[in-house]
Design a protein around this ligand. Structure first.
Ligand code: SAH
Length: 215
């Protein structure tokens, strides 16, 4: 797979990193990770010219690979520390998962659509991104592997899933786009057992977080 990442791709990635810097992404761990992950491999077709533009892009099963800025912003808001145990809801293309693994986390990612789960898990493993990947309903989280330092939801959630809040460590952070058609990027910090601080951090647009598994 290494040969599929060329100097040309690396050059385009560095320009994308510069663009993200201009858009106020400051976490160097995030910027370095985006500089390393070969995003062109996560698009359905290798339309190289699209892969390193700061745009969302359609992938299989009517879903999208999030815009690089959105991936960077959510990763930055999580305030990632090395070895953090992170739960991602919505594996999708696998790109956000790859960025988090590059940042040094222990990643657990759930996807509800079997087609995407199979395809993205295979790709991630083939290029060395060894997280733990699950086909399942993110509304339930992964109680067996809880608690998590961080939880990242990469689909638009109509409400905050209670079960996911309870899978956060004390001091843990959840980043979740909240709302139906449009969402507000929201950061929740578990201050104590029953005390959650909430911050609203601007509008965004995601595909919806839906219930159940699609086989
Ligand atoms: N993180 C992805 C973004 C994909 S879009 C990436 O980097 O490409 C959102 C994904 O969330 C879709 O693949 C969708 O199928 C998935 N999803 C929606 N609701 C879900 C749920 N309840 N549990 C798990 N995955 C879900």
């Amino acid at each position: 797979m290494i040969q599929m990442d060329s100097f040309r791709h690396k050059g385009m990635r560095q320009r994308l990193v510069q663009e993200l810097r201009r858009k106020k992404i400051t976490d160097t761990n995030v910027l370095n990770a985006i500089g390393r992950v070969p995003r062109h491999l996560f698009l359905e077709s290798s339309f190289v010219s699209f892969a390193y533009q700061d745009k969302a892009f359609p992938i299989a099963a009517g879903q999208t690979i999030s815009q690089p800025y959105t991936v960077a912003l959510q990763s930055q808001l999580l305030n990632i520390q090395a070895e953090d145990k992170v739960l991602e809801v919505g594996t999708g293309s696998g790109y956000q998962a790859a960025v988090l693994i590059e940042m040094g986390v222990k990643l657990f990612s759930i996807e509800r659509q079997k087609e995407l789960y199979l395809r993205s898990t295979k790709l991630l493993k083939s290029i060395g991104y060894n997280g733990r990947y699950f086909l399942g309903d993110g509304y339930e989280g992964l109680p067996t592997f809880a608690p998590f330092d961080k939880v990242i939801i990469t689909a638009g959630a109509p409400f905050i899933p209670k079960s996911l809040l309870l899978q956060l460590k004390i001091g843990g952070i959840m980043v979740i786009p909240l709302g139906d058609k449009k969402q507000v990027m929201t950061r929740i910090t578990r201050m104590a057992e029953d005390d959650f601080k909430q911050e609203q951090l601007g509008e965004c647009a995601f595909v919806p977080m839906l219930k159940g598994v699609v086989n």
